[in-house]
Design a protein around this ligand. Structure first.
Ligand code: AMO
Length: 443
């Protein structure tokens, strides 16, 4: 490895000579002085090349944005009148003694820091992701996944890797991508649903964080064709409320970790980390629809699901009424839920399941699952699915599985809503949509 220290650690070395390495952010020539802002993954620092370091000065005049260099220099405290408290490392400056060029960069297609239209941003992700804002977004996202793993591992869950190439799909064939598979048709998984349920038979409590695929022809700010699903599945539950309570605790842990580890990123993105209530409010779909009818006059009581504007309204309501950024909506009609969903014996026709809404959008679906083999087969038949197509999965039920339930949480939607990002694609490193896999498909 190249011997260097991180830019974020520079202050500890004030008064000493160090080596650092990174990308040229900007170069400013001020007569005989050359200033360069250097950036590495940990931060930025201002460097100055004084006229008495002629060799370094000669190299510095060649440097352009995004050139990769290694620098030796002295970490100096800035004179009082040069300190910029609002700037990162605003109280120090590197007095450069030597520069080594590690990699050159061609001329950039636009100025760094320029406001770009979203398509231009997407066309140049290998470059645009280097900006402060995307870096902050994806640091937060990495922390969310880490907290998800840490929390569930501590709760006794085991992480599993679910296959992405599958035979028949649990979430309904219409939205699945077909893949040519040695003369057969396979599908890209829309969720790890069947496998996480099977694995309850082995580990009792499991989780998975992986990519899933939806061939939805939607072009909205909330839909992706490939997204990251944070899934959990737990055995020996009493009902779906055990799953909701687990999600409540999970979200509290994620937010607590973000407060500790990502305060800088939230400040940069001007976003606020929500408080997670001790108990996230919950209401049945029918109650929610009645409230909306009473308060807004819009009658959606005969609809089996929530429209985006209902989700937004209910979130505003939850904020006003319960001071909560989150609200669970439970008991959707069983006829509209997937075949594996458990019907509430005390509220026939409705599912022991829920959606979680956060800042105007659904981020989770979860439920208790049918665990009796015969009921599961009957449920498939009712939905015109062929139990033979699921015989592999059905073994788990044939040979005994405890009452269980789980949920799927959309990582990008959670990230976007947490950070006040309009379009979920901006919370996806390399988004796939109707028109784009990295480059526009029409090109
Ligand atoms: P569902 O299909 O509701 O449930 O998906 C769960 C969560 O995944 C996210 N999500 C999406 N995010 C971006 N783009 C999409 N096209 C997209 N579709 C869904 C949402 C959603 O709440 N197997 C069940 C989960 C379970 O019951 O365990 C399932 O996949 O945040």
């Amino acid at each position: 490895m190249i011997n260097r220290i991180k830019i974020s650690d520079l202050k500890e070395h004030t008064g000493k000579e160090v080596s650092i390495a990174g990308w040229v952010d900007v170069r400013r020539d001020h007569g005989k002085l050359i200033f360069i802002d250097l950036r590495d993954a940990s931060g930025k620092v201002q460097m100055v090349i004084l006229p008495n370091h002629a060799e370094a000065g000669a190299v510095a005049t060649k440097l352009r944005p995004e050139w990769v260099i290694k620098v030796t220099g002295l970490v100096n405290k800035r004179p009082d009148k040069m300190i910029s408290p609002e700037q990162e490392n605003g109280d120090i400056e590197i007095e450069v003694t030597g520069i080594e060029i590690l990699s050159e960069a061609k001329e950039l297609p636009f100025d760094t820091g320029a406001e770009l239209n979203f398509d231009t941003y997407l066309d140049h992700l290998p470059l645009t992701l280097r900006g402060d804002k995307p870096r902050a977004i994806f640091r937060v996202q990495a922390q969310i996944i880490k907290s998800f793993r840490d929390f569930l591992t501590a709760e006794g869950f085991t992480e599993i890797q679910a296959p992405k190439l599958i035979g028949d799909d649990a979430e309904g064939g219409a939205n699945s991508f077909n893949v040519e598979y040695f003369g057969h048709t396979a599908h890209l998984a829309q969720s790890p649903q069947l496998y996480k349920q099977i694995m309850v038979g082995i580990f009792e409590k499991v989780f998975a964080a992986g990519n899933v695929y939806r061939a939805e022809k939607h072009s909205t700010t909330r839909h992706l064709n490939e997204y990251t699903s944070l899934d959990l599945e737990m055995g020996f539950i009493t009902d779906h409320t055990d799953v909701m309570n687990m999600e409540n605790k999970l979200l509290a842990k994620i937010m607590a970790d973000l407060k500790i580890n990502c305060a800088k990123e939230f400040a940069l993105l001007k976003a606020e980390i929500p408080d997670v209530p001790e108990k996230i409010p919950v209401m049945k779909l029918r109650e929610a629809q009645e409230i909306m009818k009473k308060e807004t006059g819009e009658d959606s009581t005969s609809e089996p699901d929530l429209e985006p504007q209902h989700e937004r309204w209910l979130c505003e309501y939850a904020k006003k009424k319960f001071n909560s950024d989150f609200i669970f909506i439970s008991h959707f009609p069983i006829s509209k839920r997937p075949f594996y969903t458990y019907e509430d014996e005390n509220d026939l026709g409705y599912a022991k399941g829920f959606d979680l809404l956060f800042r105007g959008v659904e981020i989770t679906t979860g439920a208790q699952r049918i665990h009796s083999y015969d009921s599961l087969v009957a449920s498939m038949e009712k939905k015109s699915l062929k139990p033979e197509s699921f015989s592999y999965y059905l073994q788990a039920f044939k040979y005994g599985i405890p009452p269980h339930g789980g949920l799927g949480l959309g990582l990008e939607r959670l990230t976007a809503k947490l950070l006040g990002i309009e379009n979920v694609k901006e919370a996806t490193l390399f988004p796939r949509d109707l028109n784009r896999i990295d480059v526009l498909l029409s090109k």
